[in-house]
Design a protein around this ligand. Structure first.
Ligand code: KG4
Ligand code: ZN
Length: 331
């Protein structure tokens, strides 16, 4: 081989993933095992369960990534593994597996920060120069950062409580969308997006959070609380039991999705203006990268596009398979 090869291993949350990437960014192969279905049934991630599933699958997933890449472990130049942030029990599985492997193969170890990997992934598919802005929105992440270099980040804002995907998942659960014939196999966020298309968001008047806060932070638990109360009230009005699906579920989904989109767009707008005023970003061709599971929501993307169009920025999203947790971004 002419190029150095890196094996990337990711186990920070509920995906066991591995990939081999060469130093030019060429992906030789990858494998992934998702635990989503198990966690959907229990209504959320139970860390010891996630740990057990990582243990059961990591050997096979790493093996698969190597064999798809048609390389033997001895040909690797280094092993890169997520060390933080994430669920301690989940991270531990990837870490101990990697440590065993580097001892056995006598290869260098590259510790990886999960969020930095998410932020830099766009550079695998697009020519993006530093600095650029990144908005990471998923079930576990919510942050805005200025990426100044491979390991030079300026955190501009983060969620003060829960992440938007977590909030959407909780609302979907509260609406019992898992029992909805059209959404039973979808993640909470995807179910909300699907149902929102059939709803009218103007039937509920939800306010975007933190309208007066002069910073780029986010908050979603207040919104979740308001929606919970709204759902409870509707359940009373419609005279239905907990667990049944409200006739107004689609309207609620549309309102929640829209309010989430507004909040994300407004905070991002502030971040762009802040960076431009201080010449931290290019005035004429700044880039906003949006990534994470929630970034696949088309309504949210449209809201962000309005902001980037109004501020002469370019909006870039990695392809969906690189937006969610994967081994490629770690490698
Ligand atoms: O990045 P990801 O796969 O995993 C992490 O959380 O790290 O993101 C999953 C999250 C879940 O909360 C899910 O409900 C949300 O992304 N999500 C969506 C959509 N698809 C997935 N949220 C809104 N709209 C979607 N289409
Ligand atoms: Zn992630």
């Amino acid at each position: 081989f002419l190029h150095k090869l890196v094996l990337g291993i990711e186990t920070s949350c509920d995906d066991t993933a591995a990939a081999v990437v060469d130093e030019t960014g060429n992906v030789l192969g990858e494998a992934i095992h998702s635990q989503t279905e198990v966690h959907l049934k229990t209504g959320g991630i139970i860390p010891p369960v996630a740990q057990q599933l990582h243990r059961e699958h990591i050997q096979r997933i790493v093996q698969e990534a190597l064999s798809v890449s048609r390389i033997s472990p001895s040909e690797l130049s280094a092993i890169a593994t997520t060390i933080k942030p994430g669920l301690a029990l989940s991270l531990g599985v990837g870490l101990s597996f990697s440590l065993e492997l580097i001892n056995q193969l006598k290869k260098p170890f590259i510790p990886i920060h999960h969020m930095e990997a998410h932020a830099l992934t766009i550079r695998l598919t697009n020519k993006v120069e530093f600095p650029f802005l990144v908005l990471l929105i998923s079930g576990g992440h919510c942050l805005l950062a200025l990426v100044r270099g491979v390991s030079d980040f300026l955190l501009l804002g983060k969620s003060l409580d829960i992440a938007p995907g977590d909030m959407l998942d909780k609302v979907a659960r509260r609406l019992s969308l898992i029992r909805h014939p059209e959404c039973s196999t979808m993640s909470g966020g995807k179910a909300i997006e699907h149902l929102a298309k059939q709803g009218n968001r103007f039937h509920f008047d939800l306010k975007p959070p933190m309208q007066r806060a002069k910073n780029c932070d986010f908050s979603f638990s207040g919104l979740q609380h308001v929606i919970d109360k709204t759902i409870m009230q509707k359940e009373k009005e419609e005279g239905i039991e907990k667990g049944q699906i409200l006739s107004s579920a689609a309207d609620i989904a549309a309102a929640v999705q829209h309010t989430t989109a507004c909040h994300l767009a407004k905070r991002t707008h502030r971040a762009i203006l802040f960076c431009k005023q201080r010449n931290l970003l290019s005035q004429s061709n700044a880039v906003l990268v949006v990534s994470g599971g929630v970034a696949s929501n088309l309504h949210i993307r449209k809201a962000l596009e309005i902001v980037t169009n109004a501020t002469q920025c370019t909006l870039l999203c990695p392809p969906p398979r690189l937006c969610t947790d994967n081994g490629i971004m770690i490698a």
